[in-house]
Design a protein around this ligand. Structure first.
Ligand SMILES: [Ca+2]
Ligand SMILES: [Ca+2]
Length: 294
């Protein structure tokens, strides 16, 4: 049943009340019947609240003086307060009030710092009074995507609510993820994914075999052990990817690329051997390694 909060009762004797709206116009509505299903009894024009966002379980609305309220369904909106003062549009310079929501049982308000492009949340008590503040979640970060999901809104304008990335593989210290356009990224933990490029072009699904990407992430794992040495291996492999989609010569054969990969790894590994093995084990291992692809 809808609520008739926008009306003030003038008299209530008999079976029909006389009420007036916020502009002092008189009505004699039949209470309890929402005839057109718009959630309001009487004229929608009598609703003094403007919806800022209506996602999820709680709406963020403002009145005609731009003061903010949280509203559940069509119940009477509750003023959102900070230190006893109701917040209003542009109350804090550079901040945009995006949404209100009860997240896991706790009332929260989502803010966006427009200059810094980051999100911030307020935690509030059951009466929508500020309790604490949290976060500086950069747009496009995993934390910001979590807020998009929690509040059910798109804060970075990519047309997607929540993370646009899906995981391709998550072994080791770096995940291989792709976006909705099937472009590939490397992601460490929950950091913002980094585009994987070849010659300035981001690689994408379908361009190269899945075998290559497994190798790619394997090499990233090696970077953990060998620092910049591993990174140079990754670069070398990326330069090879352009040829993997078409076989034009022996270098396009996966078996040759694997052999090259092993040789490179052996070279880097033997760099760590004691110096007195330079003309012993180091030489033998390197000669063996380079002979594989021959
Ligand atoms: Ca909401
Ligand atoms: Ca988004």
């Amino acid at each position: 049943m809808a609520n008739s909060y926008q009306y003030t009762t003038v008299e209530s004797s008999g079976n029909t009340k006389l009420v007036k709206d916020t502009t002092n116009k008189f009505f004699a509505p039949i209470f309890g019947i929402d005839t057109n299903g718009d959630g309001y009894i009487g004229s929608p024009a009598g609703n003094p609240y403007i919806s800022i966002e209506s996602s999820g379980n709680t709406k963020l609305v403002k009145d005609t003086t731009n003061k903010f309220f949280a509203q559940v369904g069509q119940t009477i909106p509750t003023a959102i307060n900070n230190g006893g003062q109701q917040i209003f549009q542009n109350i804090y310079a550079g901040w945009q009030t995006l949404a209100a929501e009860t997240v896991n049982g706790q009332n929260q308000v989502l803010w966006k710092n427009t200059a810094g492009d980051y999100l911030h949340i307020w935690r509030l008590d059951n009466n929508w009074n500020w309790v604490s503040s949290e976060g500086k979640f950069a747009l496009n970060s995993a934390a910001a995507f979590t807020q998009e999901t929690n509040f059910g809104i798109d804060t970075n304008g990519d047309g997607i609510i929540g993370s646009p990335y899906t995981t391709v593989e998550s072994s080791g210290n770096t995940k291989l993820v792709k976006d909705t356009a099937n472009k590939f990224f490397a992601q460490v933990g929950t950091n913002t994914p980094t585009a994987i490029n070849n010659g300035g072009q981001q690689i994408f699904q379908g361009k190269i075999s899945s075998l290559w990407f497994r190798l790619c992430c394997s090499i990233q794992f090696w970077t953990k052990n060998f620092g910049s040495t591993g990174l140079s291996m990754l670069n070398w492999r990326e330069q090879g990817t352009g040829r993997m989609s078409d076989i034009n010569d022996f270098k396009d054969l996966i078996i040759w690329q694997k052999g090259m990969d092993i040789a490179q790894r052996c070279y880097f590994l033997t760099k760590l051997f004691p110096k007195d093995e330079l003309y012993g084990m180091v030489q033998q291992i390197r000669r063996s390694a380079v002979s594989i692809r021959c």
